[in-house]
Ligand binder design. Structure first.
Ligand code: GLA
Length: 451
């Protein structure tokens, strides 16, 4: 905290002492690529965070600096309506937060701020550093507007707002990251349901730890991984429409299915078995061409493309919609069972579910990569009860459930097998035991001495 404040004073001399806020990163224990379909997830915060030192400016300018020289100094003029900077430009994360708060909370764009960003959260490692930055910028901006977050209701509202706000940067993510970053609880995972957003803390397992291992394959959601990520929400738009059509025919009613998650609550409240039967009829073939989708929905192919797919290329053998839908349904069940396993302190069961989730992410949803598969394999042999990719995938980190008394052996084995040849100048192998901390807020979290 002193360090970031001293850095701030050097970067922005004069004026009042800065204030400080923080937002932690997150890992997801289970429930991958389901949030944008309104299906539940089970993430937790981690004790690595983004810290902002900031001070109000009366001239409406927003100046951003970063202690990491990979992120050059940027500025923009605050305004009621903001337009995104070039893709990949890091001020977009701040703009996303400020634009949303101006619009939804009536914040005054004549107020600006000077901000210094410091972080020990690795970038592009699947630990939600971009959402942490959006949330931290939102908290700083609310503070310069003299607004506080009162109570849980405000946090939920802000989480929903910022989930939409982040679409400003071009990724079409769901609401998991912002929700857990804002509403996470120390020593707990969060079972999150959407529409409306609900958070149920579940205590982490006694005598077990979660180890995060970075595959070191960069998955920059603001960059190259963006199109691969967006293919999920796009194709799920098509799947939703096909399931809706089938539902209307089967129950002979003009019912709307806003998202796949609506199958399980509200007016429909299907059982998993009923949903499975419906989905099997909705997508009876493994691969589906755009032409077949359009025909089934009574559209022209170009209309179907414009509605859901944008410029997503069509593979010659068609889109693998059946496997993608299977992932959604099986992952839904796994999340519910994983929450129960946490409550029942059943580590073996949670581990099995995590392993099955990785297989489903890799084979059915296609969001793994050879390095993640290898890392997961090594981790299981090294004693993890469960090992899986976490976050968007395509690289980034894995999460590993390990009995606390075996963690040293586990990390040694992973270091030997996966990180052999990892350049020594880059420091120790990039893995750590994750501790769940409270959600984002003003001030910093005191660190244990020497940490
Ligand atoms: C990213 C998105 C989340 C979620 C995960 C995959 O982290 O920001 O909303 O979709 O990928 O589970």
């Amino acid at each position: 905290m002193e360090q970031v404040c001293a850095g701030f004073r050097a970067a922005f001399p004069g004026g009042d002492a800065p204030r400080v806020c923080r937002a932690p990163g997150r890992i997801n224990l289970i429930g991958e690529h389901t949030d944008y379909n309104g299906l539940p997830v089970l993430p937790m915060t981690v004790d690595r965070d983004i810290v902002l030192a900031f001070r109000e400016r009366p001239d409406g300018m927003i100046h951003l600096r970063n202690t990491d020289s990979a992120f050059p100094e940027v500025s923009f003029a605050n305004a009621a309506t903001l337009t995104p900077s070039a893709p990949g430009s890091w001020d977009n994360y701040c703009k996303a937060a400020v634009a949303a708060l101006n619009r939804a909370f009536g914040c005054d764009p004549r107020r600006g701020m000077d901000v210094l960003v410091a972080s020990d959260l690795p970038v592009a490692a699947g630990l939600a550093s971009s959402s942490a930055l959006v949330v931290a910028c939102a908290l700083a901006y609310l503070a310069v507007q003299d607004r506080d977050l009162d109570g849980n209701g405000d946090r939920l509202r802000l989480a929903e707002l910022l989930a939409d706000a982040e679409h400003f940067v071009g990724t079409r993510g769901g609401g998991m990251d912002q929700a857990v970053i804002l509403c996470g609880q120390a020593d707990h995972a969060c079972k999150i349901d959407f529409h409306p957003l609900r958070i149920e803390p579940a205590p982490l397992l006694p005598n077990h730890v979660v180890v995060v291992c970075d595959s070191t394959v960069k998955a920059e959601k603001g960059g190259a991984a963006r199109n691969r990520y967006n293919a999920g929400p796009r194709l799920c738009g098509v799947i939703r429409a096909l399931v809706e059509k089938q539902l209307q025919e089967e129950i002979d009613e003009d019912v709307a299915l806003e998202r796949l998650g609506d199958l399980f609550h509200g007016a429909l409240c299907l059982t998993v078995r009923e949903a499975r039967a419906l989905c099997a009829n909705a997508v009876p073939e493994p691969r589906v061409s755009l032409a077949a989708v359009a025909k089934r929905l009574g559209l022209r192919p170009d209309e179907a493309r414009a509605r859901w797919l944008d410029d997503l290329p069509e593979p010659p053998e068609g889109f693998p919609l059946q496997a993608m839908l299977r992932h959604q349904l099986t992952e839904y069940e796994r999340v519910e069972r994983a929450r129960d396993a946490l409550l029942a302190e059943d580590a073996e069961e949670l581990g099995r579910l995590m392993n099955a989730s990785h297989e489903s992410c890799a084979r059915d949803y296609g969001v793994s990569c050879p390095e993640l598969d290898r890392l997961v394999d090594i981790a299981r042999k090294a004693g993890a009860l469960g090992a899986r990719l976490t976050g968007a995938g395509f690289g980034g980190a894995t999460v590993n459930l390990v009995p606390a008394d075996r963690v040293e052996r586990f990390m040694d084995a992973v270091a030997r097998e996966y990180y052999r040849g990892f350049p020594k100048r880059q420091g120790p192998p990039p893995m750590f035991v994750a501790r769940a901390v409270n959600g984002a807020g003003m001030g910093t979290i005191p660190r244990p001495a020497g940490a």
